[in-house]
Design a protein around this ligand. Structure first.
Ligand SMILES: Cc1ncc(C[n+]2csc(CCOP(=O)(O)OP(=O)(O)O)c2C)c(N)n1
Length: 541
């Protein structure tokens, strides 16, 4: 077995069940070796799409995923998606060929590129260690929740690797939380009258433990955007904290006397630049990593440990149940005003354009509850994030740590492959849709029963609303009308142009049918008003 084969086989044997990529000469054999060892290969049409698919697949499945790339330009094409994954601490192995001659057209400093975007870099240099190095890449990605770029030099790939059996892997044990820190948190919770829990990425697997503790201490429950859906079904669920928060959620979070960020850094987005935190509120952060404590904002104190373990330890130390923030009136208020669609809406119909909020509410009514929503970046992104309900945290995939436009469609594809039981919905702006359009072919080829909704305002709306009020020229960010329905049909989608809510009858018909082809809704939306969350976003620039 040669090195390329040993590395590919080892990745699959270490539990990587799906690999995304674009195959060229440099990663042909290693990718085929993964498939021969039992992994599924998903061909994307651009490495940028492949990287985000792998990221979304790992986030949704909870497993390490892999990305397979040609040397040099394959890696550079994938860098935006790799950066998003690295910022999000997605466990991902990037298997990339590497040119070894400086005379090669493909030669670039691949280790330097990885370091520049926050990924770790490994290289197979000794043929006999190929399997061990590949196994170490998977273990590191999994244990440290990191993106690992595994470089496979061209001149090593064909050499004899010897024994390709990977060393056994055991999860690295997480040290238990310090009892003194646990007691300090329990004490703060006992004193609190209006506690709120905000769960983030690091709490996505801890719903049961957090709810058990919140039941004892009377805490209301919220999440950051990446954990949206985590507490769905609880009568105390405030949904997302931050720019997407409902008026009621914002009011209640800013009324809290104790906020605990569980696996959540309480950053400027989640806390509206601190405006959701009352001046006298106690702020506690629970995080696996000591460096994360207080990294985004001042906190009263931090608890270092696994969210599940810390919540369990505090619950075990708890006495009688406290009312906390949970009164019958509070329960009624959340039932009546807990969702964005409970707010009154002055829909603005403008000629043959549809109000994006009314359109999204109508979609929410039509779509089955078992859905999976992915959103791209742009002015429009609040509409699907706030008006489309999701069944749980796996029903929402939010690849926005790098705030890149163009990742939405690939996000939906990767997540859909991890949860084939759910209806995938990709919500895109017209700018993001065109950036990621090559993956429309992937949706059709894979037979995904996906609904793609393009919120078309014929502009980079975020920029129009950012700079328009200042009287600046906007020619650089406005575009002619694009016929997305025609583009989609060209790829093999069904498609409908929506200028009124009634045009969504075509979606109802599609939902009632076999969904043998995906459907794209080209929604021509009103464009005069910025979305209300955008003002918040611009504070971050
Ligand atoms: C890769 C990338 N390029 C540029 C930007 C700056 N940017 C932020 S939002 C936006 C406009 C996106 O337009 P569209 O997808 O049509 O959504 P809209 O804002 O119109 O709702 C741009 C260009 C970015 N965030 N990412």
């Amino acid at each position: 077995m040669n090195v390329a084969e040993a590395v590919g086989a080892t990745l699959a044997r270490c539990g990587v069940d799906t690999v995304f990529g674009v195959v060229g000469s440099g990663n042909f054999h290693s990718t085929n070796a993964m498939v021969a060892a039992g992994a599924r290969y998903v061909a994307a049409r651009h490495e940028g799409g492949a990287a985000t698919m792998a990221d979304a697949y790992a986030r949704t499945s909870g497993a390490v995923s892999a990305l397979s790339l040609h040397q040099g330009c394959g890696l550079t094409n994938a860098l935006t998606g790799i950066t998003e994954a690295a910022k999000s601490r997605t466990p991902l192995v990037v298997l990339t060929a590497e040119a070894t001659s400086t005379r090669s057209n493909f030669a670039v400093d691949q280790a330097g590129l990885a370091a520049a975007v926050g990924a770790l870099s490994m290289r197979v240099t000794v043929p006999e260690d190929a399997a061990g190095t590949a196994a170490a890449a998977v273990a590191t990605a999994r244990d440290e929740r990191r993106v690992v770029v595994l470089n496979l030099p061209l001149d090593v790939q064909g050499q004899e690797a010897g024994n390709a059996t990977p060393p056994p892997w055991a999860p690295r044990p997480v040290p238990p939380p310090d009892p003194a820190q646990v007691e300090r948190l329990a004490d703060a919770l006992r004193r609190a009258r209006r506690p709120v829990f905000v769960a983030g990425r690091g709490a996505r697997a801890a719903r049961g433990e957090l709810e058990a503790l919140a039941d004892r201490c009377g805490a209301l429950l919220a999440t950051s955007a990446v954990a949206k859906g985590l507490f769905r079904g609880s009568p105390w669920d405030l949904d997302v904290s931050g720019g997407f928060a409902t008026p009621l959620a914002a009011e209640l979070i800013s009324g809290a006397d104790l906020i605990v960020g569980w696996g959540c850094q309480l950053n400027m987005w989640t806390m509206r630049h601190g405006r959701l935190i009352a001046g006298n509120a106690v702020v506690v952060q629970v995080d696996l990593e000591a460096e994360a404590l207080g990294a985004q904002r001042p906190i009263t104190f931090g608890v270092c440990g696994d969210v599940t373990a810390v919540a369990g330890a505090v619950t075990a130390a708890w006495g009688d149940e406290a009312t906390g923030y949970r009164t019958p009136e509070m329960r009624r208020a959340i039932a009546q005003r807990g969702r964005w669609r409970d707010e009154s809406l002055d829909a603005e119909a403008a000629g043959d354009l549809v109000d994006p909020r009314a359109l999204t509410i109508a979609l929410d009514d039509l779509l089955p509850a078992e859905r999976l929503v992915a959103v791209d970046s742009g002015n429009f992104m609040g509409y699907p994030s706030m008006f489309l309900d999701v069944p749980d945290e796996q029903g929402f995939c939010f690849t926005q740590a790098f705030q890149s436009v163009g990742l939405g469609l690939a996000t939906a594809i990767g997540a859909a492959l991890a949860r084939p039981d759910r209806l995938p919905v990709a919500a895109l702006g017209d700018g993001g849709a065109l950036m990621g359009a090559s993956e429309l072919e992937t949706v059709v080829r894979l037979g995904l029963p996906m609904l793609v909704v393009v919120y078309d305002d014929a502009a980079y709306g975020a920029e129009v609303h950012h700079f328009g009020p200042g009287g600046h020229p906007l020619d650089a960010v406005r575009f002619p009308e694009t016929d997305f329905a025609a583009i989609a049909r060209g790829y093999g989608f069904g498609a409908v142009t929506a200028r009124r809510v009634d045009d969504l009858d075509a979606v109802a018909a599609w939902l009632a049918g076999p969904r043998s082809t995906p459907l794209l809704v080209d929604a021509k939306i009103t464009r005069d008003q910025p979305s209300w969350w955008l003002e918040e976003a611009f504070r971050g620039h």
